[in-house]
Write a protein of this length. Structure first.
Length: 159
């Protein structure tokens, strides 16, 4: 190899390095800007045919109309989006109310939550996973009071 070929190879290497760094920076910027105005939230759902759970990450609107906690609870009740994921409660369950008062979250679910159809777990396991999801995403909440069709479900003993 002569001097000109060696110099040409160095120039190509520098150009290639600059192009690679530019692509990496562009990808990082796309990732950052695509998640502006969102909050990263973790959802934990049971896996069908197993006693295991699986985490799912969703980026939720950072300023929802109904409030961050109610929005999260609505999304949690909708169920998982991954293959073989099971909902916490029976499909069709609705959130009747959800509000925070003095670090206690009050959540009322419709009567469908008690039916345990569509591959949902039993109420005790579902309530425990519900509590785990809320505690993991909202550290300021100290107590959770869950009601299904107006009946109180004791979550504190199910951890």
């Amino acid at each position: 190899m002569n001097y000109k070929e060696l110099l040409s190879d160095k120039k190509n290497l520098i150009k290639l390095s600059i192009a690679a760094v530019s692509v990496i920076i562009l990808l990082i910027l796309i990732h950052i800007f695509s998640h502006l105005g969102t909050n990263r939230r973790v959802f934990i759902y049971p896996v069908s045919g197993s006693s295991k759970t699986k985490k799912e990450v969703r980026y939720l609107d950072s300023n929802p109309v109904q409030g961050k906690i109610a929005y999260y609870v609505d999304e949690l009740i909708l169920g998982p989006s991954f293959y073989r994921g099971r909902p916490l409660f029976t499909l069709g369950t609705k959130v009747e109310y959800c509000f925070l008062r003095d670090k206690t979250l009050y959540v009322g679910l419709s009567e469908e939550a008690a039916l345990q159809e569509s591959g949902a777990r039993n109420i005790e396991e579902s309530a425990a996973l519900f509590r785990k999801n809320i505690k993991k995403n909202f550290i300021g909440i100290k107590n959770i009071e869950l009601f299904i069709d107006g009946n109180f479900i004791d979550l504190e003993l199910k951890d």
